[in-house]
Write a protein that binds this ligand. Structure first.
Ligand code: SF4
Length: 201
């Protein structure tokens, strides 16, 4: 094989570059033309920064909404943890709100999404839908009763403990730092000793 001179090398790379540019022009022009005819989907949206609802990684996201409707969710490039990146699970957060109908291809609210609290009463097999107010009242009443029935002021050796070992508190990934602080403060105020968070598990 003959040796490549500096001149022939420059010629070859010039041809390769020109071919690449031509490919980009020819290959992308239909797509670019199609995009030019469509409105940019984030036009007139309101951006809100928040945190991924899944694992305890706490990646930052930007949620775009228009007239109260979710339009897009993507990683927040200004967020200190993820710098705009999201894992495959985080990238699918949009599906918590909306899915595309198999038959029509139309975007619809995810039919599997629960929007109201449900309770399954003791001995029942069916879930009952209740209001948020009723759910909070019932949970508060059960916490109060469980704490009152199980509160210990001293242990078996007569040492003051003031604790309730019948309830545990487990923080979820969707809690931010300040919310987790308030939850653990409530738990410790009730005398709960088993206080844990998903981030540590
Ligand atoms: S994007 Fe992935 S890694 Fe980041 S918080 Fe969400 S689930 Fe965790």
């Amino acid at each position: 094989m003959g040796s490549i001179t500096r001149r022939s090398f420059l010629k070859l790379t010039g041809v390769a570059l020109a071919s690449s540019v031509m490919y980009e022009f020819v290959g992308q022009s239909p797509a670019m033309a199609a995009e030019a005819g469509q409105a940019y989907k984030l036009v007139d949206t309101q951006e809100t920064t928040t945190i991924c609802c899944y694992c305890s990684g706490g990646c930052g996201t930007i949620v775009s909404t228009r007239d109260g409707q979710l339009i897009n969710i993507e990683g927040d490039p200004d967020h200190v943890i993820n710098r705009g990146g999201l894992c495959s699970k985080g990238s699918s957060q949009f599906g918590v709100n909306s899915v595309y109908d198999d038959k029509t291809g139309e975007r619809i609210i995810n039919p599997n999404r629960l929007q109201k609290p449900r309770v399954r009463r003791a001995g029942k097999s069916e879930w009952e839908e209740i209001s948020w107010e009723q759910a909070i009242d019932e949970i508060a009443a059960k916490v109060k009763k469980t704490r009152d029935d199980n509160y210990q002021t001293t242990d078996d050796n007569g040492v003051t403990v003031n604790r309730c070992e019948a309830i545990a508190s487990l923080g979820a990934a969707a809690l931010d730092n300040e919310e987790a602080y308030i939850v653990q403060k409530l738990a410790r105020g009730l005398g709960i000793t088993y206080v844990e968070h998903q981030a540590r598990i």
